[in-house]
Write a protein that binds this ligand. Structure first.
Ligand SMILES: [Zn+2]
Length: 275
C-alpha cells in the first residue's frame, strides 16, 4: 500500500525565501515504485532528515512539473544522489522541454549521463514507471512550460494540480482522482498571478469529488489565513474531505485510495516531524 509524504509545503517567493515552510518536494510510493515530485530548495536535506529517512538511492523517478526554482533547485543534486554520486547509472527524470533545452535549462548536462532514462513531457502522453502510469496535464503558468500529473496505480488515481492559472476545463483533466493535491498559493483571487486561490480550488474539488483533497504550496496570504482553518471551511462548502498539508505530513493510500471508498474518515495521517 502506497503513501504520499509532503517534505515541504511552501509556495511563492516570500514563503520560500524566508523558509516559513520547507520548500522540499513530495515523495510518492505507489505500486512498489518511489517517485519524487518537484525537488525544490532543501529537498536533499529534508529527505535525509525525514523520519524515517528517505534514501534518494531508492528513487525510481524524479517528476518535474516546471522549471521555477521552488520546484527545481535540488533536481541536480537529487539526480546525483539517486545515481549513488554518479557511480551508478540509475533512475528516470521526467521534465518539460524548457527544463532540458533552450536558453536556460535547469537540468545540468553534467548530471544527465547518470540517468537511465530522460523523458520530455508531451501533452497527451502516458508514461509507465514500474506499475504506475503517469499522465501529464498541460497547465497555464507564466512563461514556462508547466504540467500537472495524474498517477494511476492499483491503489487508485492520484492527481497533482501543480502550479497553474485556473481554467474552467481543468477539473475534467483530473476526473476520477481519488486523491487530489492542489497547489493553492492564494487565499483570494488576484488577476495578476498565475496560481490557484481557495475559491478556484473549491470549484475543482467540487467537480472532481475525490475521496480526499489536500491543499499545499502556500503563499503568504494562505499562511496568514491559517491553512487548517481554510481547509476546514472549504470542506464544509464543497462536501468533500479537505486537509491542509504540513511539512512532513504523510498520507497512506488507505486514507484515500480505492480501499477507502465508503470508509469513514479517521485521522490516520502521520506527521512525525511534528511541524
Ligand atoms: Zn511556478
Amino acid at each position: 500500500m502506497g503513501y504520499v509524504k509532503f517534505l515541504g509545503t511552501a509556495g511563492a517567493r516570500f514563503v520560500v525565501a524566508r523558509q516559513l515552510r520547507y520548500s522540499a518536494g513530495t515523495w510518492i510510493e505507489l505500486g512498489g515504485s518511489q517517485l519524487l515530485l518537484d525537488p525544490g530548495p532543501g529537498t536533499l536535506l529534508r529527505l535525509r532528515k525525514s523520519r524515517p529517512p528517505l534514501d534518494p538511492l531508492k528513487l525510481d523517478a524524479i517528476l518535474l512539473s516546471h522549471k521555477h526554482l521552488d520546484h527545481s533547485t535540488d533536481v541536480n543534486i537529487v539526480i546525483e544522489a539517486m545515481a549513488d554520486g554518479g557511480y551508478k547509472k540509475r533512475g528516470a527524470l521526467f521534465a518539460p522541454a524548457d527544463a532540458l533545452e533552450g536558453d536556460d535549462p535547469v537540468v545540468l548536462r553534467y548530471v544527465r549521463p547518470f540517468l537511465e532514462r530522460i523523458e520530455t513531457w508531451q501533452a497527451g502522453g502516458e508514461y509507465a514507471v514500474g506499475q504506475v502510469m503517469v499522465r501529464p496535464v498541460s497547465h497555464a503558468h507564466g512563461t514556462v512550460e508547466s504540467y500537472g500529473l495524474v498517477l494511476d496505480s492499483a491503489d487508485g488515481r492520484m492527481g497533482f494540480v501543480t502550479d497553474t492559472r485556473f481554467s474552467p476545463g481543468l477539473a475534467a483533466q483530473y476526473a476520477g482522482c481519488h486523491l487530489l493535491v492542489l497547489n493553492v498559493v492564494l487565499k483570494d483571487w488576484r488577476p495578476d498571478v498565475d496560481h490557484l486561490c481557495i475559491p478556484e480550488a473549491g470549484e475543482i474539488i467540487a467537480a472532481v469529488k475525490p475521496h480526499l483533497a489536500v491543499l499545499t504550496h502556500f503563499g503568504t496570504t494562505m499562511l496568514r489565513g491559517n491553512p487548517r482553518a481554510l481547509a476546514t471551511s472549504l470542506a464544509e462548502k464543497v462536501g468533500t474531505r479537505v486537509v491542509a498539508a504540513s511539512d512532513g505530513l504523510a498520507i497512506e493510500a488507505s486514507e484515500w485510495g480505492l480501499a477507502a471508498a465508503g470508509r469513514t474518515w479517521h485521522n490516520g495521517m502521520r506527521n512525525k516531524e511534528g511541524t
